[in-house]
Design a binder for this molecule. Structure first.
Ligand code: THU
Length: 128
């Protein structure tokens, strides 16, 4: 699957987001080591702290399907260009890669894709 295709899946996932409180839908799509992909969207709650981000929703589905290594993740919000993952999601992504330099984080800026490494977004990351 190309990064363009991965982003298209993230765009489609954002259309199912449940974001009535922030009105900020997000979609994500993970490319796992197996070559399979897994999508997620954010889903909010009236008890606002219980909100789950699109990225962590996608990670949960990948784990459920037996994946342990993430190669890439595309993230999209119709509300914001360059929609990079929040700090909590960066740490969760870190858990499921061999090296932060080998996990690509793909966002959209206008019609263009921009590819970061997780190492760039989460320098000096914590590992237990
Ligand atoms: N959100 C995500 O889904 N991913 C991020 O990386 C940033 C924030 C969601 C959470 C909340 O539902 C809305 O965007 C506004 O913060």
């Amino acid at each position: 699957m190309t990064y363009e295709e991965l982003m298209q899946k993230a765009i489609e996932a954002s259309q199912n987001a449940y974001a009535p409180y922030s009105n900020f839908p997000v979609g994500a799509c993970i490319l796992a080591e197996s070559g399979n992909h897994y999508c997620g969207c954010n889903f909010e709650n009236g008890s606002l702290g219980m909100t789950i981000c699109a990225e962590r929703n996608a990670v949960g589905t990948a784990i459920l399907n037996g994946e342990r290594k993430i190669k890439a993740i595309a993230i999209y919000s119709p509300k914001q260009d360059n929609c990079t993952p929040c700090g909590a999601c960066r740490q969760v992504l870190h858990e499921f890669c061999d090296s932060d330099t080998e996990l690509d984080v793909i966002v959209k800026i206008g019609d263009e894709l921009k590819v970061y490494t997780l190492a760039h977004l989460l320098p000096e990351s914590f590992t237990l």
